[in-house]
Write a protein of this length. Structure first.
Lengths: 260, 298
């Protein structure tokens, strides 16, 4: 049951995502200080780093949920940070899943998944719900389609949030610490779904504290520190032989906490 | 209090009688049956004594016979009641018609006040001035000014019906209040809900319409009902511009009989209509609170 959703053929040479010199401040606090990052089609990149290093802000900037102060973000050759772009059109191509799920509590699971395809893509109700149902079947939650989110476990809610993003058939999926709010025994079901997405070729940028998961799933791992990408390496290298002193310190803290 | 769902059950009555605080729902279950019966008895006795005392004091007042005749005349009460109930139909019509427009206009105002960005500054300003103005001016003055002022202009094709201008005045005044209730509701929906909606490609307006406002409205139903109760009572203010509704009818009956009993009858009619609505509101508030506890942090 692979959940492959990348419907759009890759543009010849353009990377799925390219970020150049991205700066972002909240008032006086500069959270991102010059981020450069490139993701190829079908690539999975994990962002690691301590809380406050800018991982979440970076993801929110890519989805244009936060206006940026300087730099460029280019999706498959289209600069989305240019003036006058239709942000609603951009966001259809980029899915994001949040730490706190953010399901719509006043709608059934089915409506949560079908809402955006209906209202944004203009699908008919029947078609949108059929598409939603198909996705829910793939994650084994078809029997919960008529339930409201508060009747589901955290892991189930997060899986619904993931397929809600997938229902828009995005080219790129951003995952913002999607297992951090889950009880430990519910983490696996969510990570399994992400594994399937990776196997299906979904391009993903994942902020995570799950180091062993990052090691397993990522093509590359980026270590963020104080708003900069301090080090980028394949996971085997990053976790066994980090170059930067601060990366070593961070990973040592993770090991001390028993999380690697 | 313990209006905890459904009509009052015996447990609720015991809860009312017991000494439990505002959140006695949980502690109530732990009260042993003997103690519950005892507190019910104590509540009963103290109620009888308390109200008995009031009756004794009032009926022994020096001028009680005169007051009793002027305010509590059984025959006049019986004769005026049907006329008053009939006139009350006007109040209900006023209330229902105004309420529909209040709910719509209040929501529009709340949404306008929440529009972001410098482009919408004039819109926000206008909406804010409107809300400030109509919350500041006493309702009775708005009714007076519109009810007499606008028909006085003598513009053709503008209705000069007092019912119409009474309804318009109530809509203007109450939509200002109701918009504030809506606004509180909209602001109480966590920003992450809008982020989730926008991230899926919904426009700002779509996010408001399908995600934010439906949640906000559910949350503000109890306070809105509270404003309904106020509106229901304030329909009598329209009597000042000559609309024959229940209070005006009461004045007419008073002039005919030189007796105040019709006003007591009016008070009773309002009590009978309002108390069920008030209890219903309490019940909704309690249910909403229970849900928020069940729903965890949100």
């Amino acid at each position: 049951m692979s959940v492959s959703m990348s419907a759009v053929a890759p543009g010849a040479a353009a990377p799925a995502l390219r970020i150049e010199g991205l700066h972002k401040s909240f008032d006086d606090l500069e959270v991102l200080r010059g981020i450069d990052l490139e993701l190829a089609e079908h690539e999975v990149v994990c962002l690691i780093g301590s809380s406050g290093s800018g991982k979440s802000t970076l993801l929110r900037c890519i989805n244009l949920l936060e206006p940026i102060d300087a730099g460029r973000i280019v999706i498959e050759g289209d600069e989305i940070t240019a003036r006058g772009v239709d942000v609603n059109r951009i966001r259809r191509r980029i899915g994001i899943v949040f730490q706190a799920f953010n399901l719509f509590p006043h709608m059934s699971v089915l409506s949560n998944v079908a809402l955006a395809p209906r209202k944004v893509l203009g699908l008919g109700r029947a078609e949108a719900e059929a598409r939603a149902m198909e996705l829910l079947e793939r994650i084994g939650l078809a029997d919960k389609a008529r339930e409201y989110p508060d009747r589901l476990s955290g892991g189930q809610q997060q899986r619904v949030a993931i397929v809600r993003a997938l229902a828009m058939r995005p080219d790129l999926l951003l995952l913002d610490e999607i297992t951090s709010a889950l009880d430990p025994e519910l983490v696996a079901e969510v990570l399994n779904l992400i594994r399937e997405l990776a196997d299906g070729g979904m391009t993903m940028l994942i902020a995570t504290h799950e180091m062993s998961f990052a090691r397993e799933i990522a093509n590359r791992v980026c270590f963020l520190d104080a708003g900069r990408i301090l080090e980028t390496a394949p996971p085997a290298e990053m976790f066994s032989a980090p170059r930067e002193e601060r990366t070593k310190q961070f990973l040592q803290r993770v090991i001390d906490a028993g999380r690697l | 209090m313990s209006i905890s769902g459904g009509p009052l059950d015996p447990g609720d009555l015991i809860g009312l009688a017991g000494s439990g605080g505002p959140r006695s729902r949980r502690s109530r279950r732990r009260v042993p049956p003997g103690e519950a019966v005892r507190s019910t008895l104590i509540a009963l006795v103290s109620t009888v004594v308390f109200f008995g005392l009031i009756v004794v004091i009032v009926t022994n007042a020096p001028n009680w016979p005169e007051v009793q005749h002027a305010f509590f005349d059984g025959a006049i009460f019986a004769r005026s009641l049907p006329k008053l109930v009939e006139a009350f139909g006007t109040n209900i019509a006023l209330f229902l018609i105004a309420e529909v427009f209040i709910l719509a206009l209040g929501l529009v105002l709340a949404v306008l006040r929440g529009l972001p960005g410098p482009v919408f500054f004039p819109v926000r300003l206008l909406a804010t001035v409107y809300v400030d103005l109509f919350r500041a001016v006493p309702g009775i003055l708005v009714i007076y000014l519109l009810g007499f002022g606008i028909p006085g202009l003598g513009i053709a094709d503008i209705p000069n019906d007092v019912f119409f201008w009474g309804a318009v005045s109530l809509v203007l005044v109450y939509s200002a209040y109701v918009s504030e209730v809506y606004r509180a509701g909209i602001e109480s929906v966590h920003w992450s809900q809008e982020a989730a909606a926008r991230s899926l490609g919904l426009s700002r307006v779509q996010a408001l319409r399908y995600v934010i406002v439906p949640q906000a409205v559910r949350r503000v139903i109890p306070p809105l009902l509270n404003d309904f109760i106020g509106l229901q009572k304030d329909t009598v203010l329209v009597s000042v511009i000559g609309l024959v509704e229940i209070f005006r009818e009461g004045q007419i009956l008073k002039s005919a009989t030189f007796n105040f009993t019709p006003f007591v009858a009016i008070a009773l009619i309002f009590v009978v209509v309002t108390i069920p609505l008030a209890r219903f509101t309490d019940w909704l508030v309690a249910r909403e609170r229970g849900r928020q506890v069940a729903g965890g942090a949100r």
